[in-house]
Design a protein. Structure first.
Length: 116
């Protein structure tokens, strides 16, 4: 696997992990100490953990042979991916101002990719 493919896979898995964690805590987190233990039985929380572990491993592969100053800013494209996934899977609404902010970030990522 190339460093660039590992980087993009890491970004996608990390974004999916955030959606899984949100689903997991939304179903099982209520005030009280016992609710944290209930999270350990959530399939969504386990999916988050697995995705996060693989994303971290792929991140290590990516930065082992590319500049961190190039790779790290690309993680910001995860904001766009999470926004789209949150609309599709969590039925969230995103304000226009937030979309504008995500567009600015995405433009910055595009500039970094273009500079390589």
């Amino acid at each position: 696997m190339s460093a660039l493919s590992a980087l993009w896979a890491s970004i996608i898995l990390g974004s999916c992990a955030q959606i899984f964690l949100r689903r997991g805590v939304a179903q099982g987190l209520t005030p009280g100490a016992g609710s944290y233990l209930l999270l350990l039985r959530s399939v969504w929380v386990w999916a988050w953990a697995v995705c996060f572990v693989f994303a971290t491993g792929l991140w290590m592969i990516a930065i082992s042979s590319m500049q961190v100053s190039y790779a790290f800013p690309l993680l910001s494209i995860g904001y766009l991916i999470v926004a789209v996934l949150s609309i599709v899977f969590l039925k969230e609404r995103i304000a226009v101002s937030r979309w504008l902010a995500i567009a600015v970030i995405t433009l910055g990522v595009a500039l970094i990719v273009r500079s390589a």
